[in-house]
Write a protein that binds this ligand. Structure first.
Ligand code: XMP
Length: 507
């Protein structure tokens, strides 16, 4: 396995993705990780990530230099390389100017790290740079602007690159990382099947004969977590599905069907739509909506969970990005687990221990795992849907009438997205209902009805998103169908804002 030290780069999760793409397991730890923990991981190699700091900054992140004496290869990327060079007595030059963008590498050697590299374009994003390398190191690549674009210490197997091999712009970045994994002689056996086997065993030995409760939202993460736990302990797992009345058209029924027929688990369905709608009456502020929905969910979930005798664990579908993001960039308190969106936080009185079997996986790995576990595509490839559901897609007050209008419009969009083969391509596609009426004309009549907005985005992780360039003909068809088929809407707009600065949801 490979240990990645997170110096705060926005790309550190990408490094992990690249390593795992080569069937090598890896974990990301903050720089203040103890040598004891590092040794316990028994890594075959270490990658030091980039980061926004300068090593000259007060409090800049540092990892215990004892890692360089472990006898295993280390690859420093950008700040990681500067940290390594500085530690060994080389000179890092502080610069006020950043080098950002493409550069072309001139390779001084074509072995180990650069074996079989043909395309030498790389992506730079740095301020400081290396002025002189320490004793025992040699320069293995330079660029027009960067005399030390890569270096190595051949005896100690230490490598540094100033550019970012983990980003797509570095054409042969994958190969460079592959080469580093070969230098480390990594065992390449990280597959979803092996992960599932090991995790199932681990869950069994943790839970023993106790009971686990899990909040099913109908989304990919909680479903995959539930199936994994179910494979480990069978009916010792009870799932609770709270229908908050804020789901899309026919969603509760469809989910119920998929969950019961395909997953064959012990699931308790709670029909709480009326309670949620009553609690949301006249509420217009988005954060107030979220709070009300979150708290009521906890209350109902808690009440239901209390009926389960001897419940000792709460299963959650927390993913690795949530775990990483919940740490402070420079290694503050480690691994404070974010409360799951759809569970809304663990009620203290429940006194349950957490089981989070997906906490080391990325979203696409969860999908691959879901397929490995035999979960149908319709479940595995569902677009993300927020816990507060349609409540944050109806701007302003939520009423039965508005819910019905939005459900119909949204169903048309989704039907068209699916039949155009766009569903998997889009990260999310949905309709937002605005509390604004505009004038229109239908036949010989004047209309004065609501406006809705189509939102469709592409994204890898929801941290950033781009508005989807949907074909005009497609938009025309959806708009025409919504206006003609949905009573209450006479105008459709298309949202062409990206995140940032906009967000995916409107509230
Ligand atoms: P934004 O709107 O912040 O959304 O760009 C990023 C992703 O998070 C989802 N989202 C939520 N999910 N509870 C959730 O469970 C929420 O309150 C919530 N708000 C946004 C959103 O759908 C997108 O996938």
């Amino acid at each position: 396995m490979i240990l990645i030290i997170d110096f705060g780069s926005q790309f550190n999760q990408l490094i992990a993705r690249r390593v795992r793409e080569h069937s090598v397991y890896c974990v990301i730890e903050p720089p203040n990780v103890s040598m004891e923990t590092i040794r316990a991981c028994n890594p075959e190699g270490i990658i030091l990530s980039g980061g926004p700091a300068s090593i000259y900054d007060e409090g800049s992140p540092k990892v215990d230099p004892a890692i360089f004496d472990m006898g295993i290869p280390v690859l420093g990327i950008c700040y990681g390389m500067q940290f390594m060079v500085h530690t060994f007595g080389g000179a890092v030059e502080k610069s006020l100017k950043r080098e950002y963008g493409f550069a072309s590498l001139k390779l001084h050697c074509t072995q180990d790290l650069f074996a079989d590299i043909k395309d030498t374009s790389c992506w730079m994003s740095h301020g400081d740079s290396i002025k002189s390398i320490p004793d025992g190191f040699e320069i293995i690549a330079d660029t027009a602007n960067t005399p030390v674009a890569a270096c190595r210490h051949p005896e100690k197997h230490l490598y540094g690159v100033q550019f970012h091999p983990e980003v797509e712009h570095t054409c042969e970045g994958r190969k460079i990382i592959d080469n580093f994994l070969s230098i480390c002689q990594c065992t390449r056996n990280w597959t979803m099947a092996s992960f599932a086997r090991e995790t199932i065993e681990e869950i069994r030995s943790t839970v023993k004969d106790q009971q686990v409760v899990l909040g099913l939202s109908g989304g990919v993460d909680s479903s995959v977590a539930a199936v994994l736990i179910h494979k480990a302990i069978g009916d010792q797992l009870t799932c609770i599905f709270v229908d908050n009345g804020l789901l899309r058209k026919d969603e509760a029924t469809t989910l119920k069907e998929i969950l019961t027929t395909n997953l064959q688990m012990n699931i308790r369905f709670v029909d709480a739509g009326r309670q949620f709608l009553a609690a949301l009456e006249k509420v217009t502020d988005p954060e107030a909506k979220r709070k009300i929905i979150g708290n009521l969910f906890i209350e109902i979930f808690d009440e239901e969970a209390k009926k389960i005798q001897n419940a000792a664990f709460l299963g959650q579908g927390t993913l690795y990005p949530d775990v990483i993001e919940s740490r402070s960039a420079f290694g503050g308190p480690s691994a404070v687990i974010k409360s799951h969106h759809n569970v809304g936080g663990l009620p203290e009185t429940m006194n349950l221990k957490l089981i989070e079997p997906l906490q080391y996986l990325f979203k696409d790995e969860v999908r691959a795992l879901g397929t490995e576990l035999g979960i149908p595509d319709a479940m595995v490839w569902r677009q993300p849907f927020p816990g507060p559901g349609l409540a944050i897609r109806i701007l302003g007050e939520i009423t039965e009438e508005r819910l019905a209008i939005l459900r119909d419009a949204d169903a048309i969009l989704l039907e068209e997205v699916r039949s155009a083969g766009l569903y998997k391509e889009l990260w999310q596609s949905f309709v937002v209902l605005l509390p604004i009426r505009t004038v229109g004309v239908m036949g010989d009549h004047r209309t004065y009805e609501f406006t809705c907005v189509i939102r469709a985005v592409t994204s890898k992780d929801a941290m950033t998103a781009d508005w989807a360039r949907l074909p005009h003909e497609f938009l025309a068809k959806v708009s025409s169908r919504i206006i003609n088929e949905v009573r209450g809407i006479n105008r459709v707009a298309y949202d062409i804002s990206s995140k940032p600065p906009a967000t995916i949801e409107w509230e």
